[in-house]
Design a protein around this ligand. Structure first.
Ligand SMILES: C[S@@+](CC[C@H](N)C(=O)[O-])C[C@H]1O[C@@H](n2cnc3c(N)ncnc32)[C@H](O)[C@@H]1O
Length: 251
């Protein structure tokens, strides 16, 4: 998941990368973000991608600093949010301790802390910590291990509804789980074949606190089952898969 990876993703971003902002079933993302809206303060979108959140953030803050590792994705973000004059765009690698960042009272960091390498993930979090002023807030969206396991159980349930015995259903569902294999213990679940970091809620609390952010609240951002399976059956309803939305205060 280096710059080359993200530049390559840019050619088919919507086909490859899931849109958390529009897929949120309950609107909790917007409700949490609204809590921090302040027309007199600057904010940041740390790892903005193609800028899905920028049209929401720009009218609610004095200025928005949109950062990303990928020049190709930033180009698309500029086009998508071109009508807003209060957005500044910065190509930065947050894994670098010398990446220049500018102080803000609030930062959003949505599905950026997903790289498999722990040292890189911690370095990226440190860069976000450098930009948020003490006492300011940050909202992080991160994949959930619990949700990935729920998806596995749902797949078994699906096989059983199709008439398989519990043992057969378990065997039929094991292939996707086996792909994760031993790395599941590290929270690494393959998404489209790419090992992607998923967090336990309790693990995330420790991770953010160690990175200089006190977790204030955990919310589930729930999505439909079609984000996990192609053509899920109608009976497959709640509980839905989710990402963790972590509201934090900079220590
Ligand atoms: C899954 S996308 C999420 C984009 C956007 N936040 C959203 O939710 O739509 C992850 C983004 O993180 C960016 N990213 C990954 N590693 C980074 C790094 N080391 N420094 C800055 N941005 C990074 C990628 O380029 C990509 O745009």
């Amino acid at each position: 998941m280096d710059q080359r990876y993200w530049d390559r993703v840019a050619s088919d971003y919507d086909g490859e990368i899931f849109d958390s902002f529009t897929s949120d079933r309950t609107g909790v993302l917007v409700r949490r973000l609204e809590t921090f809206a302040d027309r007199s303060a600057p904010a940041a979108d740390a790892g903005c991608g193609v800028g899905k959140y920028l049209p929401f953030l720009a009218p609610r803050f004095a200025r928005v600093d949109a950062y990303d590792l990928s020049g190709e994705l930033l180009k698309q973000a500029r086009t998508a949010a071109g009508r807003f004059e209060n957005i500044r765009y910065f190509k930065r690698n947050f894994a670098s301790p010398s990446a220049t960042v500018f102080p803000v009272r609030f930062a959003l960091c949505a599905n950026v802390l997903i790289m498999a390498d722990t040292a890189i993930r911690e370095a990226v979090l440190r860069s976000v910590a450098r930009m948020v002023e003490r006492g300011g807030h940050a909202i992080f969206l991160i994949p959930s291990v619990e949700s990935a396991l729920l998806a596995h159980h749902r797949l078994m349930e699906w096989h059983r509804q199709d008439g398989l015995s519990p043992a057969e259903a378990s065997r039929a569902s094991i292939a996707p789980a086996a792909k994760a294999g031993r790395r599941l213990a590290d929270g690494l679940v393959p998404i489209d074949g790419v090992p992607t970091k998923h967090f336990l809620r309790e693990e995330a609390a420790v991770f953010f606190r160690r990175g200089g952010f006190a977790p204030l609240q955990f919310d589930k951002v729930e999505y439909g089952w079609e984000t996990e399976f192609e053509s899920p059956p109608d009976w497959m309803q709640a509980p839905f898969p989710w990402d963790w939305l972590v509201t934090t205060k900079r220590l």
